[in-house]
Design a protein around this ligand. Structure first.
Ligand code: KIV
Ligand code: ZN
Length: 520
């Protein structure tokens, strides 16, 4: 169908395969925020969840289907009726929808996991596709663990699922086992031996267990596959999935070699990558290709000299091409609203994405504390103001007071506003953060357990903003809270308070869902 054209479809699965691997699943508001960012990248398809898996996933997929325009919105389903029905229902308001059905085809999975024959898997797949076609004619079928499935089995089932109505055939390397040459050969085999393959688009889905997900996907499209499944920053199960920013920039930078293109708006790559890293609590290594902090940094004197003479001596693509801009303005407390608005515009943020008054107030406060405000500060303020809007304000930080020195026990007094009413508690701990957390526990009396704590500097100097990310367990669920302030105890308290607000929102959403979800 498409092997002779030069356009490669980008199928984003950040909110499904990516989300699956997070220590704390994203809230519905965070999923919607990420979905809007991914849509701005102009991906072809975005897989945004597995609707049958939980009421939370169902609600997030439904909201994204209603709100996010542009890409095809896709949901995942096993080859069973209740999954397809949940998918069809959750996607019903999408402009364009796809149902993605999977069943394992490799002997290892069939025998050990499913305990069924290939023929039974085929019967289930065909029945599922027929059911899905009541909801949409855009149906993707995945042979889970395809890379470890014998060719003849794969070809046999693929011919049948195309006859049943599948329009995209995905051959996942579920366990990250294959290599570029082998994956390319698998694509060639389908093109040569599945008689009706011209009625479907061949898709690849690589995992990175051997560090080959991107190389495998590129080898597969070079051979004729025309859809790559990938995630922002390569997040996903275990070592992750194929990284979207890498495949996109390989195809853009080496057009001379592959003569293939995507319809991605690559200028959105950088900020989407930062947003996903932040929201998902998955830091990006400094030397990560394309989006790492050092990806465009030139350290050696010889390289710097070459760059000054001509940037292409040491740069194969420009930071600008992924939307990474250099700061040229000094932002201080004397900078007015229009300067901030202008800077945010240069960084790629439209007016509809923030509340200028809120951002400006936070900016002035920070500028008074720090003197100069950098782009990363501004982006951090923007992100944190969005978090506040998403999680509501039942709990707010009023003030934090600590007493801490190297020879005695630390103590902290924390004042929170709960629905506007001030509540104050003091406690001690093995350090200021520990003491402040004990004080919050006393205030809320909730059984919240902090299981992860990370502290990061946003910026380089001692005056950098401190960003704290925590993962907390409450009622058998995990929540990711983040806090930002120039003082690290205050950021820690803010991160804990973010968790309190998330627990509160989750409780409310669960109540609503119990009322609405009876039938699914
Ligand atoms: O890795 C995999 O096999 C998957 C399928 C559900 C497509 O994620
Ligand atoms: Zn996968």
């Amino acid at each position: 169908m498409v092997a002779n054209n030069d356009r490669v479809w980008i199928f984003d699965t950040t909110l499904r395969d990516g989300d699956q691997a997070l220590s704390a699943s994203l809230s519905q508001a965070e999923k919607v925020q990420v979905a809007h960012a991914i849509a701005r990248l102009n991906v072809d398809v975005m897989e945004v969840g597995f609707p049958v898996s939980s009421p939370g996933d169902f609600a997030a997929v439904s909201q994204i289907a209603r709100e996010v325009k542009g890409p095809v919105i896709c949901g995942l389903a096993r080859a069973v009726a209740k999954d397809i029905e949940a998918c069809g229902e959750a996607l019903k308001d999408a402009e364009n929808r796809r149902i993605h059905i999977f069943i394992a085809t490799s002997p290892i999975h069939l025998q050990n996991k499913l305990k069924m024959s290939l023929s039974k898997a085929n019967d289930m797949a065909v029945a599922a596709i027929k059911l899905a076609s009541r909801y949409t004619d855009d149906i993707e079928f995945s042979c889970e663990d395809a890379a470890r499935t014998p060719y003849e089995d794969l070809n046999w089932i693929i011919e049948r699922v195309i006859d049943a109505g599948a329009t995209t055939i995905n051959i996942p390397d579920t366990v990250g086992y294959t290599t570029p040459m082998e994956y390319a050969k698998l694509v060639r085999n389908l093109m040569d031996n599945v008689p009706n393959i011209d009625k479907a688009r061949i898709s690849v889905h690589g995992h990175n267990d051997l560090g080959l997900a991107v190389a495998n996907s590129i080898a597969a499209v070079a051979e004729g596959a025309r859809q790559i499944e990938c995630t922002i920053n390569g997040i996903g199960e275990r070592a992750g999935n194929c990284a979207m920013e890498e495949v996109a920039m390989i195809l853009a930078t080496r057009k001379d070699l592959f003569n293939l293109h995507t319809q991605l708006n690559c200028k959105e790559i950088y900020r989407t990558s930062r947003l996903v890293s932040q929201v998902c609590n998955m830091p990006i290594q400094a030397n990560k290709a394309i989006v790492g902090q050092n990806a465009f940094a030139h350290s050696s004197g010889i390289h710097q000299d070459g760059m000054l003479k001509a940037s292409n001596t040491y740069e194969i693509m420009s930071p600008d091409s992924i939307g990474k801009h250099k700061t040229e303005l000094n932002l201080t407390s004397r900078s007015g609203r229009h300067v901030i608005k202008n800077r945010l515009e240069t960084l790629g943020y439209g007016e509809d994405e923030y509340d200028l008054e809120n951002i400006y107030a936070a900016f002035v406060k920070l500028a008074d504390q720090k003197g100069q405000v950098q782009d990363y500060d501004l982006e951090a303020l923007l992100h944190f103001s969005t978090l506040d809007e998403q999680t509501g304000h039942k709990y707010q930080v009023d003030f934090v007071n600590i007493h801490s020195n190297s020879s005695s026990i630390a103590s902290a007094t924390v004042a929170l506003l709960i629905d506007g009413e001030q509540v104050i508690e003091s406690a001690t701990g093995n350090g200021a953060v520990d003491a402040a957390f004990h004080a919050i526990h006393k205030i809320t009396d909730k059984d919240i357990k902090i299981t992860e704590y990370h502290l990061d500097a946003k910026g380089s100097g001692a005056d950098a903003l401190g960003e704290v990310n925590v993962v907390a367990e409450y009622n058998s669920r995990k929540f990711h809270g983040a806090g930002l302030a120039t003082d690290i105890v205050e950021s820690s308290v803010r991160a804990f308070v973010h968790v309190l607000n998330l627990c509160e929102t989750a409780r409310k959403i669960e109540d609503i869902k119990q009322e609405n979800l009876g039938g699914i």
